[in-house]
Design a protein around this ligand. Structure first.
Ligand SMILES: CC(C)(COP(=O)([O-])OP(=O)(O)OC[C@H]1O[C@@H](n2cnc3c(N)ncnc32)[C@H](O)[C@@H]1OP(=O)(O)O)[C@@H](O)C(=O)NCCC(=O)NCCSC(=O)/C=C/C[N+](C)(C)C
Length: 254
């Protein structure tokens, strides 16, 4: 599978799908394209809502691409890369349309950020999630405000410190997921019905719901440069590269 972002308009809903061969982990080019596609679709009058999904039946998103992180050698490149996550979340927040996220499997790091950037999130029972950044020697700084908005500061810091997986049921109890299904088929049936209803709603009412839901988040813009710098500088440490190589090896032999 090549890396891709595609979008398709179905019954007034823009369906955006991204995919990469390694657990839908995200390289910089895909982050840029994803952010731009969300903004483009959000600006179209005929689009009532956006549904964001990833390819395949396994992981929803493995977060930042290890290969891209390993290739980064200087601050300018790492700042651009981590800034890509900020752009995607910012696009979800500011695109003017309700963003529904479909999580079919495990999600980590930046992928948790995408689930938390949703206005409404569908998931399956197998969609456990973890903030694994500390395993690499970085932290969930850029996605932090979005995760905190859903689960609160205490749960956010616990997830960031222990890097352990939480279950889909836990994520539902903590306001990240709004619907958890036993299987992908069941989730898709529920999602289809939900989108059909959404498409029949007033565009003006949906736009206002979006607006009030994100009230009080304007300061995220001011937080981002510092947050991006935290990860961007930590990833340049030699220990971060060693950590990534050992995680890759652990995943290869598991
Ligand atoms: C839970 C994961 C993602 C998926 O588990 P699985 O059981 O479905 O698949 P498996 O572990 O067998 O992995 C399949 C292959 O995918 C490769 N992989 C996984 N994640 C990545 C990645 N991030 N980059 C590149 N490749 C990845 C894995 O090595 C396997 O390849 P091979 O078949 O061995 O060749 C599970 O894979 C997992 O836990 N992965 C680690 C996830 C992780 O730690 N991600 C980085 C988080 S840091 C981050 O996202 C930072 C974001 C920046 N910011 C904070 C600014 C948002």
């Amino acid at each position: 599978m090549n890396e891709f972002v595609v979008s398709e308009l179905k019954n007034s809903i823009a369906e955006i799908t991204f995919g990469t061969p390694k657990s839908n982990a995200l390289p910089g080019a895909i982050l840029e394209k994803l952010a731009q596609t969300i903004l483009n679709e959000g600006s179209k009058e005929e689009v009532k809502a956006i549904v964001l999904k990833s390819e395949g039946e396994k992981a929803f998103c493995g977060g930042a691409s290890f290969d891209e992180l390993l290739a980064i050698e200087e601050l300018e490149a790492s700042t651009k890369f981590f800034g890509g996550f900020a752009k995607v979340l910012n696009a979800m927040r500011n695109c003017g349309k309700i963003v529904v996220v479909r999580v079919q499997g495990k999600t980590t790091g930046g992928g948790v950020g995408i689930a938390c950037g949703a206005d409404y999130c569908f998931a399956t029972k197998s969609s456990a999630l973890a903030l694994t950044e500390i395993n690499l020697g970085i932290g969930p700084f850029v996605i932090g405000p979005y995760v905190e908005r859903k689960i609160g500061k205490s749960q956010f810091s616990a997830m960031a410190i222990d890097a352990d997986f939480r279950s889909a049921d836990w994520a539902e109890q903590h306001n990240i997921y709004h619907s958890v299904s036993e299987s992908i088929e069941e989730m898709d049936t529920k999602l289809e019905k939900f989108l059909e209803t959404l498409a029949s709603r007033s565009s003006d009412a949906l736009a206002l719901i979006k607006k009030v839901s994100w009230e009080g988040t304007d300061h995220f813009n001011e937080l981002m440069p510092d947050r991006i710098h935290m990860s961007a500088s930590l990833i340049l440490e030699e220990s971060a590269k060693k950590n990534i190589e050992s995680i890759k090896e652990r995943l290869r032999v598991k």
